[in-house]
Design a protein around this ligand. Structure first.
Ligand code: PLP
Length: 473
């Protein structure tokens, strides 16, 4: 069974049938031990001290089989529907293997020019493939995660707001505010804390019933802060929130940011890559207002973890915030001012050649193949939502959006406990995995499609497992 976009022999495109019999998580009958925190590896396979002499690799592989794999959550299993997907694919693994084997360290342009230049080209290819604005041209870099992206965005915003003084004095006793919503990923709060702004800088702007930021509330909070002598520093807007895919209205939010000179960071970690499909370009509507933007091919674009694409409109703010030049890193290429040293675009010094796996994915599947993959995920969400609608023991809590279905059990009392019971029963069976979240104090279940190996029948089987768990529960 091949997808249309998979050329014959795509490495790793199919999961061998015997692997499909494996449980997604843990050994049968062992959930209680898992809950107590014991995966068993340390007790069963790891002596107190490392081996004095080397061992054959087969022994390590055997331990992988016996004690490690049974204690993994199998994110690439075709019936993994939890969180958001974290796609791996054969081409990405091979690209990553090349990067690992070469062991290139691309901190400066001169430490491997191709490492920087392939990455720059991948950022340009993806900018074009996603239809992102011209203002991001030459402003892209690969970060490890969306969490790092929002952190460097805060630092760049501080640099811009203080005209570089924050480098000298830190926050210098000034008070700053970062605006987000209750639905914003916690990485934004963490970034404010790491940047030294303190939790007191975080403003939670009210949302509408769909969980999206209310621009008028944002304006009011910014004006109140100005009145109190607080500098409004940054708004973190999300296109596709983690819990239930709310989309903050970027045009209105962006207009507020522009009128107050506030940095707008847009987090589209999950949803942004869907823009590879013309009909889903709306996921990035209003992104022209963004000072910085990120999306994760490591979620839904067949590129295994980690790979976050980050763009900034004003490179000087970013590199101004993060450049430090010790003598031992000086070189004539950097001094010429004609090359890009990506160490100034990120927190660590060293950097892996992550662009190779993205290059491999883009060349193997082509943009058309990536579109097919995203469309299959969307279709699977629709299929699952139809199954939920047809069973009066369940209801959708919102219409399916992209690859996410939010739903709840109305039978069994329909309580939050009932949702947890159902989820735990299904997950403990080990054939299907899904997760939950909460809105307005009510727990709901999340079914996230988009796995590399998921086919229609896996969606149907997962639904049957859920139905079976209700009957039995
Ligand atoms: N932002 C959003 C909207 C997310 O959904 C997630 C993860 O699911 C993140 C940020 C964090 O992603 P990362 O693991 O790349 O930091």
């Amino acid at each position: 069974e091949r997808r249309p976009h998979e050329p014959a022999g795509v490495p790793g495109a199919r999961v061998p049938d015997d692997r499909l019999d494996r449980r997604l998580l843990g050994e049968p009958g062992e959930p209680s031990r898992r809950r107590s925190g014991g995966a068993g590896f340390r007790a069963r396979a790891a002596p107190q001290d490392p081996p004095e002499s080397g061992e054959p690799f087969e022994r390590l592989l055997q331990d992988m089989e016996d004690v490690v794999a049974p204690a993994l959550l199998h994110w690439q299993h075709p019936r993994f529907f939890g969180y958001f997907p974290a796609n791996a694919s054969g081409p990405a693994v091979l690209g990553d293997l090349l990067a690992s084997g070469l062991g290139v360290q691309g901190m400066n342009w001169n430490t491997s020019p191709a490492c920087t230049e392939v990455e720059q080209q991948m950022l340009e290819w993806t900018r074009r493939a996603l239809g992102l604005p011209e203002r991001f041209r030459d402003g892209g870099v690969i970060q490890d995660t969306a969490s790092s992206a929002v952190l460097v965005a805060v630092l760049a915003a501080l640099q811009r707001a203080t005209e570089g003084r924050s480098r000298e004095t830190g926050t210098g006793g000034r008070r700053y505010a970062v605006y987000l919503t209750s639905e914003t990923h916690s990485a934004a709060t963490k970034a404010a804390v790491i940047a030294g702004l303190g939790l007191g800088s975080v403003r939670t702007v009210a949302t509408g019933s769909d969980g999206s930021m209310l621009p008028e509330e944002l304006r009011a909070r910014i004006e109140a802060d100005r009145g109190d002598g607080v500098t409004p520093l940054m708004v973190v807007a999300t296109r596709g929130t983690t819990s239930a895919l709310a989309f903050d209205p970027l045009e209105e939010v962006g207009a507020v940011c522009r009128s107050h000179g506030v940095w707008l960071h847009v987090d589209a970690a999950y949803a942004g890559v869907a823009a590879v499909c013309e009909e889903l370009r709306w996921v990035n509507d209003g992104v022209g207002y963004a000072d910085s933007y990120c999306t994760n091919p490591h979620k839904w674009l067949l590129t295994n973890f980690d790979c976050d694409l980050f763009w900034v409109a004003d490179r000087e703010a970013l590199t101004g915030a993060l450049s430090v030049l010790p003598e031992y890193l000086r070189n004539s290429a950097s001094d010429s001012g004609r090359v890009t040293d990506f160490r100034h675009w990120q927190i660590p010094l060293g950097r892996r050649f992550r662009a190779l796996k993205l290059w491999s994915v883009l060349r193997w599947y082509g943009v058309a193949g990536l579109r097919d993959h995203v469309r299959v995920g969307v279709e699977h969400a629709r299929l699952f939502a139809d199954l939920v609608r047809a069973d009066d023991r369940f209801e959708l809590t919102r219409d399916p959006c992209l690859g996410l279905v939010c739903f709840r059990l109305t039978a069994d009392g329909g309580t939050s406990e009932a949702q947890h019971r159902l989820m735990e029963t299904v997950n403990a069976e080990g054939t299907t995995f899904l997760t939950h979240s909460e809105a307005d104090g009510r727990v709901f279940l999340r079914f996230a499609t988009g796995g590399t190996f998921t086919r229609d029948h896996h969606v149907v089987e997962a639904w049957k497992a859920l139905q079976g768990a209700v009957t039995e529960g």
